[in-house]
Design a protein around this ligand. Structure first.
Ligand SMILES: *[C@@H]1O[C@H](CO)[C@@H](O)[C@H](O)[C@H]1NC(C)=O
Ligand SMILES: *[C@@H]1O[C@H](CO)[C@@H](O)[C@H](O)[C@H]1NC(C)=O
Ligand SMILES: *[C@@H]1O[C@H](CO)[C@@H](O)[C@H](O)[C@H]1NC(C)=O
Length: 454
């Protein structure tokens, strides 16, 4: 952090104490003004100091906060970090992880669909104002790979993916220096880092960006670690996230035909099967159409969103894994998401209070009781949840970190908190004069490739 920012920070905390000690007397009105003032002045929000202030503050942030703000504590008062993005030409194997073994998979093909984040995030890092071309000054290192898409399109198999990752990492002395702790990887699907079979050996200390918190299906261990990894939003269809004129605009509540809907395949999952049964019992309340997600009668994106917007509540049950794209999509048709996935992890929990913008219902209680409960919620409460969601949804949009509010900006704030002054691995040593050496006392600048991996 630049030393100039120190002054700003102490100024902010001085005012912030003033705000807290007077809050009870002066009341919410002052807080509105103060929040407005400070968010604009410092590009972060005032850190609340008591829990009642906390609650007021939280709802104010949602309603009046405008561009979403990260708290000072633990993040710094401004974004100031340097990220090095590995070059395709510099590391043998990166091109394979990006375009497949024959180089035939295109970037454009990998940009679409729910896993497009692996490409989008790379592109935004390349354009980022926080990018550095100098490894020596980098706080963090980004390792590009479009491997989820490449694997889906037959460009690589699991064995090749694993071997290529290992080969790639062994060409990165900075990876070895930190034991991978300052290296960033994106794994955009439910499998998370499991896409790289030997992830636990090689990148279990690295920063992983993934929509998936828990991989309970098919695997016995989760690759997600709440302290070092970052949950990212799924990739919503670009046409829906455009400001101004989304492809399918939301309907007024009074125009919605159904109380709730669930759009998706059953995939043999208990929760989803229960919803399909429930829809047969209450066809006028719960829409659960038999939609075709593949083949010639495949549902178009337009029709999908037209269905999605026709209910007040969008049910989001777990599928193969706990995260679900439907949760994020529902904010763009202004349908209240009801999470039916107990293990779900949600992005940016340090700044978003999800109880204000969604409902989470136990997946073990899917049944008529759920519909009765949803029916009991007055329209004005639904409108309030939707209004708060409208303030926050910019954080699900993959746009540049220059935008006042975007998924990339959120990711940058979360990455900033991961920056360390010093890194070590079990195979890193240092001498009295600051020289970093390996076990053979060879200085860092002279380490030979391939470096043995930690
Ligand atoms: C992944 O590749 C490394 C290096 O080739 C190898 O040692 C390891 O056994 C592989 N892991 C799996 C699960 O095949
Ligand atoms: C990470 O991998 C190392 C090397 O295989 C292992 O010793 C360690 O237990 C792993 N840590 C975690 C958190 O899985
Ligand atoms: C630090 O000390 C070691 C051992 O004396 C020496 O080999 C190395 O060149 C020194 N490094 C610097 C940067 O002076």
């Amino acid at each position: 952090m630049a030393s100039g920012s120190h002054k700003l920070r102490s100024l902010a905390s001085h005012h912030h104490q003033f705000v807290c000690s007077r809050t009870h007397q002066i009341g919410a009105l002052f807080l509105v003004a103060a929040t407005f003032f400070f968010t604009r002045l410092f590009d972060h929000s005032v850190v609340p100091c008591s829990s009642s202030v906390d609650q007021v503050q939280r709802s104010l942030n949602l309603v009046h906060g405008g561009p979403y703000s990260w708290p000072v504590r633990g993040y710094g008062s401004q974004l100031s970090l340097k990220i090095y993005v590995y070059n395709v030409e510099e590391i043998d194997g990166l091109n394979v992880l990006m375009y497949g073994r024959e180089g035939k998979i295109t970037e454009n093909a990998c940009l679409k669909g729910q896993w497009g984040t692996q490409v989008k995030i790379h592109k935004f890092f390349l354009q980022s104002r926080y990018r550095t071309e100098k490894k020596e000054e980098a706080d963090l290192f980004f390792v590009p790979s479009y491997v989820k898409c490449v694997r889906m399109m037959g460009g690589l198999n699991d064995k090749e993916i694993n071997q290529t990752y290992v080969k790639v990492l062994s060409q990165m002395p900075y990876f070895r220096l930190s034991g991978g702790r300052n290296h960033i990887f994106v794994f955009p699907s439910g499998a998370g880092a499991h896409l790289f079979k030997s992830w636990a050996t090689y990148i279990n200390r690295s920063i992983i960006l993934t929509p998936e918190g828990d991989r309970t299906d098919k695997r016995d261990i989760s690759a997600f670690n709440t302290w070092k990894d970052i949950i990212i939003p799924g990739n919503i269809d670009d046409g829906m996230t455009k400001t101004g004129a989304p492809a399918i605009p939301p309907l007024p509540l009074s125009k919605r035909k159904y109380l709730a809907n669930y759009l998706g395949r059953a995939q043999g999952k208990v929760g989803r099967l229960q919803l399909i049964q429930l829809a047969k019992q209450f066809p006028d309340k719960l829409e659960c159409p038999d939609l075709k997600f593949s083949g010639t009668a495949k549902l178009g994106r337009k029709e999908y969103f037209e269905h999605l917007r026709s209910a007040k509540f969008c049910l989001a049950p777990r599928g193969e894994s706990s995260w679900t794209l439907r949760f994020y999509e529902s904010y763009f048709v202004e349908c209240v998401p009801v999470i039916l996935s107990d293990q779900v992890e949600l992005p940016f929990q340090n700044v978003i209070d999800y109880s204000q913008i969604s409902i989470k219902w136990p997946s073990s209680r899917i049944g008529a009781e759920l519909l009765q409960y949803l029916e009991s919620i007055p329209d004005e409460d639904i409108e309030a949840i939707i209004a708060r969601g409208r303030q926050v949804r910019c954080l699900w949009v993959y746009a540049s970190d220059l935008a006042p509010c975007s998924a990339m900006r959120g990711i940058m704030w979360e990455l900033q908190r991961k920056v360390r002054q010093f890194h070590q691995s079990a195979e890193t040593f240092w001498l009295h004069n600051g020289s970093i050496v390996n076990r053979n006392l060879v200085e860092f600048s002279k380490w030979d490739l391939p470096v043995p991996l930690p």
